[in-house]
Ligand binder design. Structure first.
Ligand code: AMP
Length: 692
């Protein structure tokens, strides 16, 4: 059987590693003896050249060059022509992977058949699928697509013993930036959150120097290199070299020979840092976004890990130290960590002996530690285009929230009108993105389900979405009443999607659901501290996302030892989001006063009124809370209770309007439970379905 390797298929450089005979992951040098292979192809000869030689041709300004194609993976519009043939980014990646495979086989003297291939965490489904296709056409069986920062954590995690730590991975490569927050425990690595930008990397720093040099060159000679592709290429090559120099020295001298003009410029590191500080600030915003998603602040981060060639710039170390309040951890080779982590995963996937067996994996000769299980997340929410509650607009209905651990599967129900058999087809447009508006999201595909069996009434179709462990998406649909799985076919996404921004034309006249007012009562006692509160906040945001605020008013009360009206009932989503962000956990559980306050807030008005209580424990003065709930119900207010953690199910049933209106959510289920309640309330429905 051939051997299994880990491949870091990078934007600028790629690397291959595998577990060696001593159980350590190590990089396999390429045919030139280098540990990294530039992801560059030269088509001027047949077969094309890949790697350092191709990069040399690029440096000389040859146009038969393909480089920097990874950010275009999965983009059908990106096609390059060479020698009369057209290549997609996936075709180009297949050529690089083929070369990496050949070189590794040459070194190892045995076939390389299976691989773990890494991708930026920020890659969405089309990019992951394109990566899988590239590997397949290079003759590789991919056991897994692994997020690059996860691979780095894997390489790094194995250096640790004993302690559980929270680590932030700051990965700045040639063309992408990824930031990941991970919990690294002795037996398990859990990715808590990721964020990133696949248009931010070392190339942006090169471009900044290039613009600066071009301006100076144009000012002195009258010739603007930006107007001439060959001259621009030369300036870019010199700019990258100057950037490298500035990683070691305080000044770089750059000589440009363009046509008959020759000029030498000096660039100080301090000037370079000043001109690129907006780029560093972009990394800060994304880093803070990832921390926010993980519900953490800097003091809770035990260490920062730098990955990617661009973190060699001293400004990165300085910036990260200042931002994190501590210097980044050293000891991992920034160019090799991803490939080494992928090699560890490849060995695990191949079932090679790990854990207690000898030898165990170590890096850099540190003490052996057991292998890790990886719990990864996806950095994009997955959803479908749906109608809003009043059928007046298309919305992006998020089904699997970003940063949900993968593999993940969720099902959501949609009403479908068969019109007596003339409409037996369901079209599902799959979205990836965070916005409520479909046109702000990537439309991943159009899935058409045929054969809905007609009934007199509306039928319920359960649409299932899943992310597999590679982050690749699958879609299914089942007719609820017949339990009949519908046959699916994939159709091309139409070029013109502008209809998504207009009110639906052919929808049935909107059944105007009744206006209503809802107060969320969220437990803020000390037992909610940390992850439970974070999950409750995410769930409350999901609740809002699913509410139709054109006719609903939502308010928020937090209860602990003190009861705070964080927001009275409003249609203002921004105010509600700010109120959710403010929530804190401390003290005991004064539900009685919270219910009383909610009653008085809901006293007026002849609209439908709801109180939704979330708690993870048993309240103080439990019986008087029951009395308050009874008063509220007598006033015509519906009470829904959601229990989590140590909440007492029987007690919560006593508070709720009916058994169906009392739900218990296990860890990870809260967001779905809140979303479901919002949907039921939005539709003006009574009688909540119990999911357990
Ligand atoms: P990667 O995609 O991780 O291979 O990173 C490639 C990027 O790292 C390119 O933009 C390189 O210019 C950059 N890089 C490599 N070495 C250095 C260095 N010594 N100083 C600054 N940037 C570097």
């Amino acid at each position: 059987m051939g051997c299994a390797v880990g491949i870091d298929l990078g934007t600028t450089n790629s690397a291959v590693a595998r577990r060696n005979a001593f159980g350590r992951p190590e990089v396999i040098p390429n045919r030139d003896g280098g540990n990294i292979t530039p992801s560059v192809i030269y088509f001027g000869v047949d077969p094309p050249l890949v790697g350092q030689e191709a990069k040399e041709w690029a440096r000389l300004g040859d146009q038969e060059i393909a480089s920097f194609f990874k950010p275009h993976m999965g983009n059908p519009r990106y096609q390059l022509e060479f020698r009369g043939r057209s290549y997609s980014a996936s075709d180009l990646s297949a050529i690089v992977l083929g070369r990496l495979k050949d070189d590794a086989e040459g070194r190892l003297g045995e076939p390389v058949e299976r691989a773990v291939v890494t991708v930026p965490a920020y890659f969405a489904d089309p990019q992951r699928t394109a990566t899988l296709e590239a590997a397949r056409s290079a003759g590789l069986v991919v056991s897994r697509i692994l997020n690059e920062p996860t691979a780095a954590v894997l390489a790094y995690g194995l250096q640790k013993t004993g302690l559980a730590e929270t680590i932030l991975i700051y990965d700045l490569g040639g063309g992408t930036f990824d930031v990941t927050v991970a919990r690294v425990a002795p037996e398990e690595i859990t990715i808590l959150a990721t964020a990133g930008d696949h248009d931010l990397g070392g190339k942006n720093w090169d471009d900044r120097i290039a613009t600066y040099l071009a301006e100076r060159f144009a000012a002195e000679t009258g010739f603007d290199p930006l107007d001439d592709p060959v001259a621009l290429n030369e300036v870019l090559v010199r700019s990258e070299q100057a950037k490298w120099t500035l990683s070691d020295r305080a000044t770089a001298r750059i000589t440009l020979q363009l046509g008959s003009e020759r000029r030498t410029f000096e660039l100080a590191r301090s000037e370079f840092e000043a001109m690129t500080s907006p780029l560093m600030d972009r990394t800060r915003r994304l880093t803070e976004e990832a921390l926010g998603e993980a519900g953490l602040a800097w003091p809770r981060v035990d260490g920062v890990l730098l990955v990617g060639g661009s973190t060699r710039m001293p400004m990165v170390r300085g910036y990260v130290s200042q931002m994190a309040g501590k210097p980044p951890r050293m000891g991992v080779n920034v160019d090799e960590a991803v490939a080494l982590g992928a090699a560890i995963q490849a060995a695990l996937d191949a079932g090679e002996t790990i854990g207690d067996a000898v030898p165990r994996f170590t890096i850099a000769g540190t003490a052996p530690t057991p292998a890790k299980r990886v719990v990864d997340v996806m950095s994009h929410s997955l959803g479908v285009v749906a109608l809003n509650a009043t059928a007046t607009a298309y919305i992006n209905d998020i089904v699997i929230r970003r940063n949900t651990p993968i593999p993940a599967r969720e099902t959501r129900s949609y009403a479908h009108e068969t019109h007596g058999g003339s409409n037996t087809r369901l079209e599902v447009y799959l979205t990836q993105g965070e916005s409520d508006f479909p046109l702000d999201c990537a439309i991943l595909g159009k899935y058409v389900f045929e054969g809905v069996r007609p009934t007199d009434a509306r039928v319920t179709l359960d649409v299932g979405l899943s992310y597999d462990s590679n982050g690749v998406v699958q879609v299914s649909a089942t007719q609820r009443d017949t339990r009949h799985a519908l046959a699916m076919k994939v159709e091309p996404v139409p070029d013109d999607l502008s209809w998504l921004g207009r009110p639906p034309e052919s929808s049935a006249p909107a059944e105007q659901a009744e206006p209503c007012r809802v107060l969320l009562l969220l437990d803020g006692s000390s037992s909610m501290l940390g992850e439970p509160l974070h999950e409750a906040q995410t769930a409350a945001r999901e609740f809002l996302a699913r509410c139709d605020l054109t006719r609903m008013e939502v308010g928020l009360i937090s209860f602990s030892s003190t009861v705070v009206l964080q927001s009275s009932a409003t249609k203002n989503a921004r105010r509600l989001h700010a109120a959710i962000d403010r929530l804190e956990a401390m003290g005991s559980t004064n539900l009685t006063d919270a219910l009383e306050l909610a009653r008085s807030e809901l006293a007026a008005g002849d609209v439908a009124r709801y109180i939704v209580v979330l708690t993870d424990g048993y309240p103080d003065a439990a019986e008087s809370a029951v009395e308050q709930a009874q008063h509220a119900r007598k006033q015509g207010i519906e009470i829904v209770t959601i229990g989590m953690g140590d909440a007492d199910r029987d007690y919560l049933r006593r508070l709720a309007s009916s058994d169906q209106a009392s739900i218990f959510a296990r860890k990870g289920e809260l967001v779905g439970a809140f979303g479901h309640i919002a949907q039921v309330i939005s539709e003006g429905g009574r009688g909540l379905r119990v999911d357990s």
